[in-house]
Design a protein around this ligand. Structure first.
Ligand code: MSP
Length: 501
């Protein structure tokens, strides 16, 4: 079975911040985990270029849209590597392969009779790239962007979304895990049940976009272009193939309707299978407010990774924000978790363990680990895998952290530094040290999807091969090793956040 996962393709009207990094990190954690389980994986991310708001920024900067996107896209291309995410392909909606596919996709819908011409007049929010009803506005402004929508009146091509109401409701009824978490499925379902309105898939007054094949004077509406990326990439990206479809999509709640309602309907109309699954996560709010350039509270990835390292950011993203929920986050909270959990719980455990092994001769001899620790390690592998199957990356990490704490308790209880003072208890000491090393190895493999570099360092410093296959999340697989030395701290102390920020 293949695991094909996508992130939203991000708008290039400004540069990336930790909100975008958050989705990319979560996706990479999921993909790496499934790779550890031996599944064939494909990971797609990229950028959404044909938005009206992109054309407007370009105009403000005195550039053609194409010149503008060509200048800013490298910043976006760096996003995934900057958080050690490894997408298989980075799609641009200006890729020729994508443009061709979109035209073919829209033509199929047209040929199937789901498109008609009409005049539409309404209030349009450029921030959302969507029409708004009066009821959706607060004091006449878009609640998400705080701006007044513009009046737009055009003769456009419309997609008969209303014709898909029954089929979509049936889909939600048949597949209870189509959209996760369940409360998001309910949200999508009630939106559908409330009655669907046809929407326009073309723009007559814009020129920045993909020409409509049967009416090249109009361009495709940005969402009718962007959503198709998830499928188009499979037709031309290196290493991809169309049978990876259907995909699993990761997105935040802001774009739920487009993904959970419009997209499956477009696919049904064009004759493709609907997505395999969609997971809708929450929003990160910084110091009580949304993260945006206009609010002036954007945190760039490097501000955190330069100080704390990439693994600390990845760990924090999964641990501090319950995946699926909104969360208020702070740089102080980040720092505190770094010190307490990464520095103390995990870092000190490795430092202590390697120092003890080094002092007792530097070698590890296989013996059977403590029965309780062994049972917990066996259970950990199964539990974490089951949680990952439900995208519960935070709860899965909680379980792994329980194991880290269990190992710390084991050190406190067995007091190996005392055993070491009594030469006649050498056998007992070897067993305790083996148990600790084995526990740390289990933790390293289990954590590898979250903190790949740290996991490698743990395994290497214990003289273990970097074998990340999921079956190694099991006790007793630590091999004999020698020459083990006390390690440098995994997560060195850094200045408090005031200095970091
Ligand atoms: N271009 C569209 C998506 C098209 S997909 C076919 C778009 N782009 S976006 O740049 O606005 O990205 C929105 C996505 O970025 C969210 O759905 C989420 O994945 C991520 N996030 C941006 N800010 C975020 C937070 N503050 N918190 C969590 N996720 C955030 O919408």
């Amino acid at each position: 079975m293949s695991f094909y996962l996508t992130t939203p393709i991000y708008y290039v009207n400004s540069t990336p911040h930790i909100g975008h990094a958050y989705t990319t990190i979560a996706a990479d954690i999921l993909v790496r985990h499934h790779r550890q389980r031996g599944e064939e994986t494909y990971f797609l991310t990229g950028v959404d270029e044909h938005a009206d708001k992109v054309a407007r920024v370009a105009a403000d900067e005195g550039l053609s849209p194409q010149e503008y996107v060509d200048r800013i896209v490298p910043d976006w291309r760096r996003l995934a590597p900057s958080v050690n995410a490894e997408p298989d392909y980075f799609i641009r909606t200006t890729d020729e392969g994508h443009k061709r596919f979109v035209q073919d996709f829209l033509q199929r819908i047209y040929d199937n009779g789901d498109i008609y011409q009409d005049v539409y007049a309404g209030l349009y929010c450029v921030g959302c790239e969507a029409f708004k009803t009066e009821e959706e506005l607060v004091d006449g402004k878009c609640p998400d962007h705080g701006t007044e929508p513009e009046w737009l009146e055009e003769k456009n091509w419309f997609f008969r979304l209303s014709a898909f109401e029954e089929r979509l409701l049936q889909l939600y009824d048949d597949r209870s895990d189509f959209v996760l978490p369940a409360f998001r499925a309910n949200e999508a379902r009630s939106f559908i049940a409330g009655g669907l309105r046809d929407f326009s898939i073309s723009r007559a007054t814009q020129t920045w976009g993909i020409p409509i094949p049967w009416d090249p004077d109009q361009v495709a509406y940005v969402w009718a272009d962007a959503l198709v990326n998830y499928l188009s990439a499979l037709s031309y990206a290196p290493g991809a193939k169309l049978d990876l479809w259907p995909a699993r999509h990761l997105l935040a709640k802001d774009i739920l309707r487009f993904h959970c309602v419009y997209w499956p309907a477009l696919l049904l109309s064009a004759g493709y299978e609907v997505p395999r699954q969609l997971f809708v996560h929450g929003y990160l709010n910084l110091d009580g407010r949304g993260i945006s350039k206009s609010l002036g509270n954007v945190i760039r990835v490097e501000e955190l990774t330069d100080v704390y390292g990439v693994d600390a950011l990845r760990f924090w993203a999964a641990r501090a924000v319950t995946f699926g929920q909104d969360a208020d986050v702070t740089v102080e909270g980040f720092h505190e978790r770094y010190e307490r959990e990464l520095g103390n719980d995990l870092g000190n455990l490795l430092s202590r363990t390697t120092a003890l092994i080094a002092r007792s001769g530097g070698s590890l001899d296989p013996s059977s680990p403590d029965a309780e620790l062994a049972a917990a390690a066996t259970a950990l592998g199964d539990e974490v895998a089951a949680l990952f199957d439900r995208y519960e990356i935070t709860t899965a990490l909680d379980r792994i952290w329980d194991h880290v704490r269990r190992l710390n308790r084991y050190v406190e209880q067995t007091k190996p530094w005392e055993i070491a003072r009594e030469p006649e208890r050498a056998g007992e000491l070897a067993e305790v040290l083996y148990g600790l090393a084995d526990g740390l190895r289990v933790v390293a493999v289990a954590l590898a999807a979250y903190t790949p570099d740290t996991s490698e360092r743990i395994l290497t410093s214990l003289g273990q091969p970097v074998e990340l296959a999921w079956e190694n999340v099991a006790p007793g697989r630590t091999v004999a090793a020698s020459g083990i030395a006390a390690t440098e701290p995994l997560f060195p102390r850094v200045d408090a956040p005031a200095a970091a920020a």
